[in-house]
Design a binder for this molecule. Sequence first.
Ligand SMILES: Cc1cc2nc3c(=O)[nH]c(=O)nc-3n(C[C@H](O)[C@H](O)[C@H](O)COP(=O)(O)OP(=O)(O)OC[C@H]3O[C@@H](n4cnc5c(N)ncnc54)[C@H](O)[C@@H]3O)c2cc1C
Length: 457
Amino acid sequence: MSASSVTPTGPRRRVIIVGAGLGGLACAMAMHYQGFEVLIFEKIKQFLRLGDSLGLGDNALKLLRRWGLYDQLVAIGNKSPNMNIRRWNDGKILAVQPLMDMAGFIGHRGDYHTAFIERVEELGIKINMGHEVESFDEEAPSITLTDGRTFFGDIIIGADGIKSKTRELVLGFSDAPRSSGYACYRAYFKGDCLANVPECQPILNHDCLNIWIGPDMHLVQNTLRDGEEFNWILTHRDTEDITESWFQPGDMSDVRNLVKDWDPMIVSAVSATSSCLDWKICYRAPIPTWVSKSGKIALLGDSCHPHLPTSAQGASQATEDAAVLALCLTLAGPGNVPLATHVYEKLRFDRVRQSQLSGEDVRNRWHNSLKSLTDGMEIDPDELKIKNRWLYSFDAEEDTRRRWDEISARVKEELASGNLTPLFGDEGPSRELLARDAYGKIKDTQSNKVPLPTLTV
Ligand SMILES: Cc1cc2nc3c(=O)[nH]c(=O)nc-3n(C[C@H](O)[C@H](O)[C@H](O)COP(=O)(O)OP(=O)(O)OC[C@H]3O[C@@H](n4cnc5c(N)ncnc54)[C@H](O)[C@@H]3O)c2cc1C
């Protein structure tokens, strides 16, 4: 793109997407398939193969398949039919669950990201790498890059992740993350590093997934690509004062100490691991709207609803957002972007919130269910299973078509009266809570109470 200032020229409506993570790329595909022109800006100059295991559920895969991306994703995912939930100290299998019920296809985030990029490029959409969005004009609407160039569109979509600048614009303040009280040590390496470790042999050379659960900790282990790659993620209590980062190196001696009394099969894998990352899991409270005051800027993916790793739904929910927002823009018709964005957030919020809460529910059950057992008592396997099946059968596009008339009629009335209802009502987290930083310090004290839906799985 060479022009210093670009305005819409043709009749096609133009969508500007900030961020080319999995959410922004899914959005580019969905918008393309609804016939919109897509401009996508990414601040990173070149992507690396970052992260490790990420789940893509059937709820996302059925949408991605409509956008021409399926076989490539299935090829990346873990092929194990089942996962085993094991007792922390002796590895006894307490429950077995089909992997598709648990997390869908688990694969390397970087590989999924590459597959998404390739599909977007195949569709003729250029990803403008090294283009950082610095500011927004929400009435125009337009974005301005750090190099001073301004681009106009019909709608701006903030798919700019957990540290989103677009969210700041939508909220009117910066809502800092809060500590969840947990952190993950994460390692991903070549499977042959463990080839000479006798205790690990049962979990090498074939795709498998095992989860060891114990008091206040769990460890997820993945063997992928017929044993070519090996990954473990240890979730443990942590209130240490560091900021959320995907790059913070972990201390392997701390990890070895945490699992020293665990099942020798996994202890020996951890002992043979040379390095890991230390990722603090931070919460962001739900926010009362995903849409700017003008209705022309909307949030999508982690920028408005980050998930815990135990939900295995971060990328999948971002993909659903993309499908719903694109269809809402089509159903609302030209010149009706605020109607589309406000219907989108109302269609999405309750489902996304329940998906977020399901991650907390799983973690709490894994960390607590063995605590109350006395000697000789057996645990009910169902108490340990991930209850995500209801998430996977959902078709986000079908749901949007089914509920459009009802929700859009309500939103039209609200837009006419200028009285837009927040995503949740009077009793939930306040602006004060939203503005607390990771360690509880209040940065903003305006009160705006709002209740949350409860978890019903
Ligand atoms: C480095 C990294 C590693 C991850 N690893 C895992 C993992 O191992 N397992 C897992 O389950 N989840 C992981 N995640 C999270 C997971 O990818 C997301 O939950 C999910 O894909 C939805 O992401 P998103 O597209 O909404 O946000 P993100 O994936 O965070 O993408 C946001 C994008 O926006 C770009 N951006 C931000 N600000 C600007 C700006 N001002 N201008 C232009 N571009 C901007 C960022 O560079 C980034 O590429 C990781 C995320 C990241 C960023």
